[in-house]
Design a protein around this ligand. Structure first.
Ligand code: HEM
Length: 292
């Protein structure tokens, strides 16, 4: 009798909501990461196809088709820096998401450790190469873009070092949180293109100029990585035990909406930019002109 009276103090729907919200958050996270992986890997392949093939075919002027001044015979060190950063960036985007897959981490820890070392080193090279370019030549958009991109590079360096350091120290909670921050920063360069693609599609490029100094360009110099860091913080907190199921449902909804946008963006970018460059590379056809 006492048992029967006491039972309603725990609402019967609570455990079910708890389980479903956890499952939904888990699966929406997996779907988002898979989408990001496929899309970012396509962008990574495009970078390698486009920039590496120009280097291989000794036609370096093609590097200036998307952004001017990336290749200039007179500034060899800056060009080497940006080239290093392309190679590292391509590697990061292709490898990155592998590190987040639970089964790879638990079943093949040696793979996780080795890919992790290459990944962290590539992040350091991408950041250092980009920072060297900014210091020597500055970005196309001028001071706001210089500050935005330099901060991006510095944050990436800090996150790469912290991810590695906490792994070596065996502090897995901090390692995981920093690895997620590093991942959020690393996919920023890819998000930058997707976000520009949507903006140009919906507004016909309002606030964007060819020299990247319009109000939208200045906003974008920060917007491609700062919101990602906020999403990671929200995700890290939502993964903790004490969060209410409703917060997990809300988090899952945000992740699923983000996935839908990314799928649409990836479709159009692959159709018009990344796909043709990759196909031309694979078939050995000459690379055509590409736009931002
Ligand atoms: C995953 C990491 C990264 C990838 C994949 C990547 C990719 C690229 C690509 C492909 C370009 C050439 C433009 C284009 O074809 O769209 C570029 C330019 C550039 N990136 Fe990155 N990037 C990454 C990280 C970084 C970081 C961390 C910095 C910060 C220092 C940085 C700074 C720059 C700069 C300064 C330019 C030249 C902008 C200009 O000409 O004004 N990148 N990046």
């Amino acid at each position: 009798m006492l048992d029967t009276l006491q039972k309603p103090t725990t609402p019967p729907t609570q455990p079910r909501a708890e389980i479903w919200s956890r499952q939904l958050l888990h699966w929406s996270g997996i779907i988002l990461v898979t989408t990001v992986w496929v899309s970012a890997a396509l962008f990574g392949l495009y970078i390698l196809a486009f920039y590496a093939s120009a280097l291989y075919q000794d036609d370096m002027t093609r590097w200036n088709q998307v952004l001017p001044r990336l290749y200039e015979r007179s500034t060899g060190t800056a060009t080497t820096g940006i080239g290093l950063h392309f190679a590292a960036g391509g590697i990061i985007l292709i490898l990155g998401s592998l590190q987040l897959i639970d089964s790879v981490r638990t079943r093949f820890p040696a793979v996780h450790r080795w890919v992790g070392r290459v990944y962290v080193a590539a992040c350091v090279f991408a950041a250092v190469g980009g920072l060297a370019f900014i210091l020597m030549k500055g970005t196309i958009g001028g001071s706001t873009m210089n500050v935005g991109f330099a901060l991006y590079g510095l944050l990436m360096l800090i996150a790469a070092v912290a991810t590695y350091r906490y792994a070596v120290m065996g502090d897995m909670v901090r390692h995981r949180a920093w690895a997620l921050r590093l991942y959020a920063l690393a996919i920023g360069s890819w998000l930058y293109r997707i976000e520009y693609g949507f903006w140009i599609m919906f507004t016909n490029g309002l606030g964007h100029t060819k020299t990247f100094d319009g109000w939208f360009d200045q906003f974008m110099a920060f917007f491609f990585y700062l919101p990602n860091l906020l999403v990671v913080e929200a995700f890290v907190r939502a993964s903790r035990r004490h969060v209410a199921p409703i917060a997990r449902f809300a988090g899952s909804f945000v992740l699923l909406v983000a996935t839908t946008f990314l799928l649409i963006g990836t479709y159009y970018f692959t159709l018009y930019y990344w796909g043709p460059a990759i196909v031309n590379w694979v078939t050995g056809s000459p690379q055509g002109r590409l736009g931002q």
